[in-house]
Write a protein that binds this ligand. Structure first.
Ligand SMILES: Cc1ncc(COP(=O)(O)O)c(C=O)c1O
Length: 320
């Protein structure tokens, strides 16, 4: 498979580091734990979206677009990274954010403002329902807008995580992992990692920790991921025959729902900070690490395992 057929622009610093978390392993009396530091991708405080945006905005530029629109929650890491990438590329950026404008911006929202993007407050519509209207408005003013999908999760976003799997494979030739654990929310990361796992012949359990309890979704999240995996497989010339058996989406840790922080996240964030000096975020990686810690303590993952935790970023939300 040749990813070079897809236009791509450079936005980050790769490969991201792969580090061992020996003090965290010790504190948990648990397995060997490695961390893939995608919080260090370099674009505006990093995160997994940098990888996706390299392909998605590569496509936007190839199409001659001059403005981009995307959507997310008010503390969206995806929106912050998109706004930063747009600033770097000289594109006009429109963010459609769920909720109401707060009196004082903080965390990711503070950074969105710094990058000079246009923010449209969308109330209950946190998943981009208002994008078509803004798209038409921009077109009416002779702009050439491009829609970056929610969470950067389309086939181009997933491609980036096939490439990320290759990066991990090259970095870890002398290691093998029994589990790769990460936060899954709009599904592009998981779809790409599933494809990468197959392409590079890996046998680890790829465990997406579901972050969002969205009970209003028309299509269940696991079906969405499978559909994206198979569409992306077709795009890169693989057989689109992934089935539910190949998808591990652990929804045991969604708690009270998206962004509602509880003991699970708080403990994971402070334990990782105190043992490793590594910052997690409250919404995604804190929850995913909380899930991993629980799986270790409950014996689902045991001392003899070798776990890779994929740090997908999000730390600016700690300041929200
Ligand atoms: C920090 C962080 N981790 C993980 C994810 C989930 O990635 P995906 O949307 O590809 O499932 C997101 C998505 O917004 C994120 O911001």
């Amino acid at each position: 498979m040749n990813l070079q057929n897809f236009p791509k622009i450079s936005l980050g610093f790769f490969p991201t580091p792969l580090v061992e978390l020996s003090r965290l392993s010790k504190a948990l009396e648990g397995p060997t734990i490695f961390m893939k530091r995608d919080d260090q991708t370099g674009l505006a405080l990093g995160g997994n979206k940098t990888r996706k945006l390299e392909y998605i905005l590569g496509d936007a530029i190839a199409q001659g677009c001059d403005s981009i629109i995307t959507a997310g929650a008010s503390q969206s890491n995806h929106c912050r990274q998109t706004a930063a990438a747009a600033a770097k590329l000289g594109l006009e950026c429109h963010l459609v954010l769920g909720g109401e404008q707060p009196d004082k911006p903080s965390g990711n929202l503070l950074l969105d403002n710094l990058f000079g993007c246009h923010i449209h407050w969308a109330g209950e519509h946190r998943k981009g329902e208002d994008i078509p209207e803004i798209y038409e408005q921009l077109k009416a003013t002779n702009k050439r807008p491009y829609i970056v999908p929610y969470g950067g999760s389309n086939e181009l976003g997933a491609l980036a995580f096939i490439e990320a799997s290759r990066e991990l494979d090259e970095q870890s030739k002398d290691q093998s992992f029994t589990h790769v654990v990460f936060a899954s929310s709009s599904g592009g990361t998981q779809a790409g990692l599933m494809l990468g796992k197959k392409m590079f012949g890996k046998s680890y359990n790829l465990v997406g920790i579901n972050i969002d309890k969205d009970e209003t979704a028309k299509i269940p999240f696991d079906q969405n991921i499978l559909s994206l995996v198979n569409r992306t497989a077709s795009l890169v010339g693989l057989s689109p025959d992934f089935s539910e058996q190949e998808l591990i989406l652990n929804s045991n840790y969604v708690g009270e729902g998206y962004g509602v922080i509880g003991e699970l996240e708080n403990e994971a964030i402070s334990l990782t900070a105190r043992t490793e000096g590594v910052l997690l975020d409250p919404v995604y990686t804190g929850r995913a690490m909380g899930g991993l810690i629980h799986m270790i303590r409950s014996g689902e993952i045991d001392k003899n395992d070798r776990v890779l935790f994929w740090h997908t970023g999000g730390t600016p939300a700690l300041f929200a």
